[in-house]
Design a protein around this ligand. Structure first.
Ligand code: F6R
Length: 640
């Protein structure tokens, strides 16, 4: 049986400072303030901290100090646009809400930006998630004479609340009735002219938490928004709502029953979220990798009992284990594909990998003695959460491999293994990817040890291999970083498209390489199995399509890769290789080679990851792209 590990506080010691290991969030971000201070400053600062979660428009609303008029300001584009508008306004109040948006319903225009208001400008709402039945609700409201000015589902919430407040005698009764009408996953915060000292916070499936201050309270989709203001946090339970004033919080379930409040103490050093001397968070996070990988390994080694307990896997379960099932999205799925080799080769367990976004639409064959592992940096990705829920509906235990201890996935699954990578702010995942690989490598060895397949000495050696690969990752960046920026980035930023090739663990790694390049530089890239080149894609090989080939240390696979390199050269393709020291045959074939120190063969992707990410980063920088916040993207996609 899997056991669910219960943790009351999430503080850990990291780099000598007490801070939070990870954090949670949403595609869009919402914040709210009620207290004795002007809210503008907190709301804008909170939004700045969360902006990387969604950044195509933003908005702010407050009740003015005089008359409690509702002031609502919205702006298209990044948060700076909103800041300019809000800071020009002389008016401020003690109750306010804010939002940064990643559009799902309606284009990223000012009209669609949150907050949304009701017909008479008496209330304003900011919202994350999707109201699935918004269309039918809107039809009913329009029929009743309500007027809409946006294409969003959120505006419907404002009008439903308007109706309920008129109908019901109490605020809590209005919310109970309101949520009974809503379908979907959502978190929203509302303020109302009639209740000028109150915020309403409502949560279903989408994260929302309340920070308890001194005569002030904060609401946010991620507690990072109020880090440094308070360390007392109430993570709202799923399907709950709160009536929040500066003095008190009343928490209810969706039936209107009062709930007990579990307040956690989380110390977050706001410095964790600084870029310091780095131009971009992505660069900072690329450089952090050796340190966080080693710290993660040390954490696993030094806290063996706690880590094992949190995994929730009993010795019986290990003995009976017959298969492993890894699933996730995007970069996390690539890590899963690499991890598949670890469990098959090291534990002899058949291992499947699934894209969580496809999982629910495929036939599901429950495996009683299977280990189901959800992989997710944020622990909030909607597709992955839904896959977890489907597996759990079959009464199968699920474990989460995540960077975020306070995430919904940790709460909803039976065990977890933490990546300990520290907050990953850049939208493009870097250190989460390498810690995912490292942690899967560690887990596969740990399961092999528990099954008696390897000795404790071999386990210790594997831990050393991880640290050595982390060193190699660092050396590789150091070796090339100057030339990469000065020469290669200039040259390769001119390319129209790229092809990334690999075999074995190098194939999912090639997919990750291609994803990294396209998401931040907007240059098209395709990750492809090198052996498949001759089955079709070779038609694309020309001078304008550089081919990036990731080498392998296994002699047989290496020779096949050399053959693939020759195929590219024979078609006059431009060949870039990431090769290991001593692989001269391949290096000589290349137009450009990046040579990397040797590591344990299964850790090749880990060793090459830093330089591969730096390659994409340098090209995107050369092109002047907004690297930390690439267009159309958001960190943690909490909508399906
Ligand atoms: C790419 C990237 C995404 C995420 C994906 C899953 O750089 O970050 O592909 O990996 O959206 O997110 P998580 O891991 O938070 O579930």
């Amino acid at each position: 049986m899997l056991m669910r590990g219960f943790q009351k506080t999430f503080s850990i010691v990291f780099g000598g400072t007490l801070l939070l290991s990870t954090f949670s969030g949403d595609a869009c971000s919402i914040v709210g303030y009620v207290g004795g201070k002007y809210c503008k400053e907190f709301v804008l600062k909170g939004l700045s901290r969360l902006e990387y979660r969604g950044y195509d428009s933003a908005g702010f609303a407050c009740l003015t100090q005089q008359n409690h008029d509702l002031l609502c300001i919205r702006a298209e584009g990044k948060l700076d646009q909103l800041k300019k508008k809000v800071l020009n306004e002389a008016v401020d109040g003690f109750v306010g809400i804010g939002h940064t948006r990643w559009a799902t319903h309606g284009a990223a225009t000012e009209a669609n930006a949150h907050p949304h208001v009701d017909c008479h400008n008496t209330l304003a709402i900011v919202h994350n998630g999707i109201i699935e039945n918004f269309f039918s609700l809107k039809e009913q409201l329009v029929a009743q004479g309500h007027q809409f000015v946006s294409q969003t589902d959120t505006e419907v919430l404002a009008h439903v609340l308007e109706v309920e407040l008129q109908k019901q005698l109490t605020l809590d009764a209005a919310i109970v009735d309101m949520v009974s009408k809503l379908k979907g996953a959502y978190a929203f915060i509302a303020l109302m002219r009639d209740k000028p000292d109150t915020l309403i916070a409502v949560r279903k499936s989408s994260p929302l938490c309340i920070g308890l201050g001194n005569h002030e309270n904060f609401v946010a989709s991620d507690f990072l928004a109020f880090a440094g203001k308070t360390n007392k946090i109430l993570f709202m339970p799923d399907e709950s709502f709160a009536v929040v004033t500066k003095q008190a919080i009343a928490l209810y379930d969706f039936k209107g029953n009062l709930l007990a409040q579990e307040i956690k103490t989380i110390d977050v050093s706001p410095a964790t979220y600084e870029k310091f001397e780095h131009e971009h968070y992505m660069l900072k996070e690329i450089y952090e990798q050796p340190k966080v990988i080693k710290k993660m390994v040390d954490y696993y080694v030094n806290n063996e009992q706690e880590v094992w307990k949190n995994l929730g896997i009993s010795p019986d379960q290990i003995a009976q284990l017959q298969s492993v099932h890894l699933f996730g999205c995007g970069t996390s799925w690539h890590a899963a594909r690499i991890g598949q080799f670890f469990f098959e080769i090291l534990c002899g367990l058949p291992t499947s990998t699934s894209l969580a976004s496809e999982f629910r639409y495929m036939p599901f064959f429950p495996k009683k003695n299977g280990l189901y592992v959800a992989i997710s940096q944020s622990g909030e990705t909607a597709d992955t959460l839904e896959a977890i829920r489907l597996i759990k509906a079959h009464e199968l235990p699920v474990m989460t491999l995540t960077n975020v201890v306070s995430s919904t996935m940790v709460r909803e699954t039976d065990g977890h293994l933490l990546l300990k990578a520290g907050p990953e702010i850049a939208v493009a995942s870097t250190k989460a990817f390498t810690t995912q690989i490292a942690s899967l490598y560690w887990l596969a060895h740990r399961i092999a040890l528990a099954k008696g397949l390897i000795t404790p000495e071999r386990m210790a050696q594997a831990e050393q291999e991880l640290k050595q690969a982390a060193d190699v990752l660092e050396e590789a960046i150091e070796r090339y970083k100057v030339d990469m920026v000065k020469t290669y980035a200039k040259k390769y930023s001119q390319a129209k498209r790229f092809m990334y090739l690999g075999r074995h663990v190098g194939y999912p790694f090639a997919m990750e390489g291609a994803l990294k390049l396209k998401e931040i530089s907007y240059i098209f890239a395709q990750g492809y199995p090198a052996g498949e080149l001759k089955h079709g894609s070779i038609a694309l090989v020309d001078l304008e399509t550089p081919v990036v080939l990731f080498s392998h240390l296994d002699p047989v696979i290496y020779q096949k890769l050399v053959a693939n390199a020759q195929e590219v050269k024979a078609r006059k393709g431009h060949l870039i290789v990431f090769a290991f020291e001593g692989q001269d045959e391949l290096i000589k074939l290349a137009d450009q080679s990046f040579i990397i120190g040797r590591v344990a063969p299964l850790l090749e992707p880990l060793a090459m990851a830093g330089l591969m990410q730096f390659f994409a980063y340098s090209i995107a920088k050369e092109l002047g792209c907004d690297i930390d916040k690439p267009r159309n993207l958001a960190k943690a996609v909490t909508v399906e």
